[in-house]
Design a protein around this ligand. Structure first.
Ligand SMILES: [Zn+2]
Length: 465
């Protein structure tokens, strides 16, 4: 056997080995059930919500993205053996709850709040600047406190910091200005004097306010790169220091917008993407999951919607794509008034039984089929639409004891009729409507078939085998 052939066999064997171990990992991996109680409830005597009640109901594998520094509250979670990651954000206060020092500044040297937060009634609206030493120290000290509170991980909410602020015309604080001069000198502008001041330079160019639309700002593209690199440096240092302080493994999480893994988000291990309703489709989720797998990251999703049907759809789509939907309780939803961020608290009766099924049916949920997929031939029934013109999207999920069928209708019509044509004996009492409310769906037997009539865009049935 020649050397080349040996190498070939070795590579083949190696590929097979990788493939097998990869498959094994996928099959045994648990899809975690994650609660994201953003604050520990009840947060006041009038708050009827309870984080502990949710923990007892859903039995989550962990809590992520929670703001809490109260050790006696956290002790209640530790007692129940629920790991938690604790959240920190650019608005971490430095002075008795206020954001005073080391903050992002605008063109005029005034502190700059994020545009979407300007109407929120907050005591701490100003983001810290990653180039300001006082903020670097503050962020570390506050992170150490969360480590001391026995968080398994730290969740940075809005991890883009200065990189994001370039979109609102910041940061132009003294540290950023001197830092930028140094950046230019290090990147080809050898003859640039150290007294160069970007703000003065822009003023001389006739610019009096930032951001400005429809006009090229001189050197701004370099300024953005400088700020992105500043954030990357800040977060890398922070991560190293936190790990050193903890003396144990720490997981780093962030809300990566749109499930993207930019250079900034890549510093983290786990991303939670808040999906808008219009991104809720299987192909999008699969693309995001593939990217996360490639980078050896974990990608989870929350849906920014107060519509029960959309949340249920998200639940099935995310888990069947190999991900997780954060329990739709205390999740962010956008509001028109912009006075505050709104939260959605899904009804336990709707969601808990499905999470319970997921917990029980872990081994089976990967087997999912689409209407166009041949795999549905294995189903104990066929689904037939009354009208051929209906564009129908069918997903089936095998949960072992149960089969979940989710049917979406794209086309608006007053009502839809589908037929369940059983190939094995199917009894009516074995068909349970999970969505919409059962009284809005008619099911009756017609010969060997069942007719299902509904008027919503989505129907979810649970069929016992
Ligand atoms: Zn700055």
């Amino acid at each position: 056997m020649g050397n080349n052939v040996k190498v070939y066999y070795f590579i083949l064997f190696f590929l097979l080995w990788v493939k097998t171990t990869g498959g094994y990992a996928q099959e045994t991996e648990q899809y975690p059930i994650i609660l994201s109680s953003r604050w520990f409830h009840p947060s006041s005597p009038k708050d009827t919500l309870s984080t502990i009640r949710m923990v007892e109901l859903y039995k989550p594998d962990r809590i992520d993205w929670m703001y809490c520094t109260n050790d006696s509250q956290l002790a209640q979670l530790r007692m129940r053996k629920v790991p938690y990651s604790l959240a920190i954000n650019p608005q971490v206060p430095d002075s008795a709850g206020y954001t005073v020092n080391g903050r992002i500044k605008d063109f005029r040297g005034q502190k700059l709040a994020a545009p979407w937060m300007r109407n929120w009634k907050q005591k701490n609206p100003y983001w810290g600047c990653v180039n300001a030493p006082v903020f670097q120290q503050l962020f570390l000290q506050e992170s150490y406190k969360l480590i001391d509170l026995k968080a398994y991980g730290l969740f940075v909410d809005d991890a883009r910091f200065n990189d994001h602020a370039t979109e609102w015309g910041g940061c132009l604080c003294e540290y950023c200005l001197t830092g930028f001069t140094k950046y230019l000198q290090d990147n080809g502008a050898d003859s640039l004097k150290s007294s160069f001041n970007y703000r003065v330079f822009l003023q001389n160019e006739g610019i009096e306010v930032l951001p400005i639309k429809d006009r090229l700002i001189p050197l701004w593209i370099h300024y953005q790169t400088f700020q992105t690199q500043s954030v990357i440096r800040f977060l890398k240092t922070w991560r190293q220091e936190v790990e050193k302080y903890a003396g144990r493994p720490v997981t780093f999480l962030t809300n990566n917008y749109g499930g993207q893994w930019t250079e900034i988000y890549k510093i983290f291990d786990i991303g939670v993407a808040e999906l808008p309703e219009n991104r809720l489709n299987r192909n999008y989720l699969l693309a995001r999951m593939t990217e996360a797998d490639r980078l050896n990251k974990k990608q989870y999703f929350a849906l920014s919607s107060d519509k029960e049907g959309k949340q249920l759809k998200a639940l099935f789509l995310t888990y069947s794509a190999g991900s997780t939907l954060i329990i739709p309780w205390d999740v962010y939803i956008p509001t028109k008034s912009e006075q505050t961020a709104n939260r959605y608290f899904g009804e336990n009766q709707k969601f808990q039984p499905i999470y319970h099924l997921l917990r029980q049916g872990q081994k089976h949920i990967l087997r999912t089929a689409n209407a166009n997929n041949k795999a549905r031939k294995a189903a104990p029934f066929q689904i037939i639409t009354e009208s051929k013109r209906d564009s129908l999207n069918l997903h089936e999920y095998d949960f072992g004891k149960y089969r979940i069928v989710m049917i979406e209708i794209d086309k608006y019509r007053k009502s839809h009729t589908i037929k369940l044509q059983p190939s094995t004996l199917l009894k009516k009492e074995n068909i349970q409507v999970l969505f919409p409310d059962p009284e809005l769906v008619d099911i009756w037997q017609e010969g060997r078939n069942y007719k299902v009539i509904f008027s919503s865009e989505l129907v979810i049935l649970r069929i016992s085998k």
